[in-house]
Design a binder for this molecule. Sequence first.
Ligand SMILES: Cc1cc2nc3c(=O)[nH]c(=O)nc-3n(C[C@H](O)[C@H](O)[C@H](O)COP(=O)(O)OP(=O)(O)OC[C@H]3O[C@@H](n4cnc5c(N)ncnc54)[C@H](O)[C@@H]3O)c2cc1C
Length: 361
Amino acid sequence: MAEHSSTPRIVVIGGGIAGLSCAAAISAQASVTVLEAEPQPGYHASGRSAAVYIEPYINATVHALTCASLEHHLAHGASSIGDWMIADEEHAHLLDDYLETWRPLCPDLVEVDPVWVRSTVPILRQENVARVVSDPHTRALDVHRLLEGYRRRLLANGGVLRGNARVDRIERGAGHWEVSFGSETLTADIVVNAAGAWGDEIGQLAGAAPLGLTPYRRTAVLIDPGQPVAGWPMVHRIEGGLYFKPDAGMLMVSLADATPSPPCDAQPDELDLAVLIDRFESATTVSVRQPGRAWAGLRTFLPDEAPAVGFDARLPGFFWLVGQGGFGVQTAPAVAAIAAALLLGREHPLAGTLDPRRYAG
Ligand SMILES: Cc1cc2nc3c(=O)[nH]c(=O)nc-3n(C[C@H](O)[C@H](O)[C@H](O)COP(=O)(O)OP(=O)(O)OC[C@H]3O[C@@H](n4cnc5c(N)ncnc54)[C@H](O)[C@@H]3O)c2cc1C
């Protein structure tokens, strides 16, 4: 894309799903460069997710962003799997709270017969399935396809994606920003901070006050249940601490853990993995002899568990795109559309609650 005075020069820091989706969304109207510290985009949280779309999730803000993203997901490989929230006798009452919270927003949540549930997913132990609420709208997402779609759109519109480009200096000049990585420096009208777990560090590099981002580690492992999993839904324990879903003939099983962590290349902790396998064996009839690939990733939250999307309260041209927690994949299309509107000087009906200035002291 040719650069001229009316074309904003925008540098996006972070090539995860947040940075790439935003960059793609503005790439037809702006001169965009994405700087990613790792060799490949999606190396951190975006490449380590459970890759599901769940409407009754976190809070009403996230729900609205999720539903507003559905059309994009349906056009990019999303497939229906459904989700069962299971409860044993002890925790059955928690399903009432769950239904009370979510049914006003998700009227299709429905209680289903535990006998049918156990016959459909026969590894579930009878004593763990006293009550079940089904969400028919949960979908499996294709994260690789999403990332690749955003990357291609960015490049097709003349945008640039630089790997191995770890930003180490951000300076405000006369009406513009200078963004350096190693020996190279780019000049930009706007800097977008899409650095995930490193969001507050990037903010501080630019001279902004931190918003209060906290990364939390989450652990997952692939387990072969010894029988076909095709047609199984995602299964959550209502009291937390365990979920699983079909993943290429295996089950992706997660501890649903949330251990505070500094920003880093998160790795699974041996004790977490042992607890995970023990908990999975207690919930099911599977005896895990040889667990498959295990991984961990960081889910980075702001205190109100909604993302921050918008310009900094004090630094002109510094734009926050952070705090996507455990919902950054399923909400990426809507969040990118909001970010694009604001970056290009327009309004967006969902922007208000995401304004980072809510954290300005
Ligand atoms: C186990 C697990 C399960 C999850 N399941 C789901 C799910 O089912 N559905 C869902 O929607 N979400 C899920 N999530 C959450 C989702 O993965 C995140 O919300 C999302 O990936 C965040 O995207 P991001 O682009 O903000 O962060 P990231 O993907 O982490 O991208 C940030 C990028 O910034 C780069 N960066 C940092 N510092 C610099 C620097 N100085 N210079 C240049 N680049 C820099 C990093 O290298 C990184 O690539 C899950 C997360 C985990 C860990």
